[in-house]
Design a protein around this ligand. Structure first.
Ligand code: SF4
Ligand code: SF4
Length: 409
């Protein structure tokens, strides 16, 4: 970012402190370094020539990039963009850790990513063992990692055979990494729901959206991932994704970080034609489905604060006849935040514990959420607390509803 633009953005913070009421890291720590205002103060000091020290690095590393502060901020300061930009400066200055560099180079190449996850699926039994919760695995004691649980890896997502019923048009599905490799059942459900509502679905073979690289400060990697997707999806009219973070990245971030490049016009076009799947389905006349059960809904930050989508997923769930029991703070962050939870697991658990209490308070057996990252972190928490609730994407519930039955069955 141009230093003058950075100065202009930083100066907009009027230090009102309104962000304290919604920032999940401040709510958990009560530390001024862990809130938008404190982070901006340190960024201003850096812009003024301060040498980045441990406090500065902590302020950057503990931001969830959730955008809750921007929703509350009177001048609308986009702290997530400022933090990502600063992480980019740190990465240029110090370099990224080897593990990140390796992971990002793999994520940039879909064929390599597929191979890596296939190998992971084959080898997971050697280092992981089944967790308390069905379908989750936890590292064996010698591996460490504090017993966190994650889904058992299965075969990656592939477009299921079949055709659309009705011929209402064509969409390209952009699954995103977590749907491709961790929750392929969500991709299959998305295809089933789209086809049963008359849409032909194509899978142009898209890779990572680039957000993991952008969040870690690997700007060049994010640009490569974005330009590959812009080219791959250039010929399609509508792109639909089941992942809110991918939707936010394709819709809003590509046009910003590809500015000034040849691909910028195509990025603007990508922004216009991409939709998160609940939003897309919410704008259609859908066939009727029916499902019994009591559910609650968690708002993913990138869908709620990022794209302003709150009602559409709830309307889809209600349309099935499900009983929606709202939790106390459905919009409160679950504590995932991508690499945030990898680097700051204790703080991520502290934030997650509040979400689990809110879920327990609803007595619902299902937590619906469209975000695969939130799902992974909430499932880890449910396993940690020995809570029996299942987490599902709204399109999985829709697909179940088209078969009829009980969501808890
Ligand atoms: S993006 Fe989220 S974690 Fe970061 S300062 Fe804003 S509210 Fe806090
Ligand atoms: S709400 Fe916005 S203006 Fe107020 S202190 Fe936070 S970042 Fe600054």
């Amino acid at each position: 970012m141009d230093p003058r633009t950075l100065d202009e953005l930083l100066i907009r913070c009027m230090r009102c402190g309104d962000c304290q009421a919604v920032c999940p890291t401040y709510q958990a720590t009560r530390d001024e370094v862990a809130v938008a205002r404190g982070r901006i103060r340190l960024l201003r000091a850096e812009a003024g020539g301060m040498e980045p020290g441990p406090k500065f690095r902590e302020a950057l590393s503990t931001c969830l990039l959730c955008r809750a502060c921007t929703s509350r901020c009177p001048p609308g300061v986009e702290v997530d963009s400022l933090v990502m930009d600063a992480r980019g400066r740190m990465a240029e200055r110090d370099g990224l850790p080897l593990a990140y560099r390796l992971a990002f180079r793999i994520l940039e190449r879909p064929s390599l990513t597929r191979l890596a996850f296939r190998m992971g699926a084959l080898l997971q039994g050697a280092v992981l063992s089944p967790a308390w919760k069905d379908g989750l695995m936890t590292p064996r004691r010698f591996v460490g990692l504090g017993g966190r649980a994650a889904p058992r890896l299965r075969a990656p997502f592939a477009l299921p055979p079949g055709r659309a019923r009705g011929g209402r048009g064509k969409v390209a599905l952009f699954p995103g990494c977590l749907t491709n490799y961790v929750y392929p059942q969500v991709g299959r459900a998305a295809v089933e729901v789209l086809r049963k509502n008359g849409m032909e679905v194509v899978l142009p073979g898209s890779g990572c959206c680039g957000m993991p690289m952008l969040a870690a400060g690997d700007r060049a990697g994010a640009i490569r991932a974005a330009e590959a997707n812009v080219e791959l999806l250039g010929g399609v009219e509508t792109v639909v994704t089941p992942c809110p973070t991918c939707a936010l990245t394709l819709r809003e971030r590509y046009p910003v970080f590809l500015e000034g490049r040849d691909s910028h016009d195509a990025a603007l076009e990508m922004g216009r034609k991409t939709q998160e799947i609940c939003t897309y389905l919410g704008g259609m006349e859908l066939r009727e489905g029916k499902l019994a059960g009591k559910i609650t809904y968690h708002d993913p930050c990138h869908l709620n604060w990022g794209l302003g989508v709150k009602e559409e997923p709830r309307a889809l769930l209600r349309s099935l006849g499900l009983e929606l029991k709202e939790m106390a703070r459905p919009e409160a962050c679950c504590g995932f935040g991508g690499t945030f939870s990898l680097k700051n697991y204790d703080l991520a658990v502290q934030i997650n514990d509040k979400k689990l209490e809110d879920i327990a308070g609803t007595e619902a057996g299902i937590v619906a959420t469209p975000c695969p990252g939130c799902r992974m972190h909430i499932e880890d928490g449910l396993n940690r607390r020995r809570m029996a609730q299942r987490v599902l994407h709204p399109v999985e519930l829709l697909a179940m509803g088209y078969g009829g039955g009980d969501a808890q069955g």
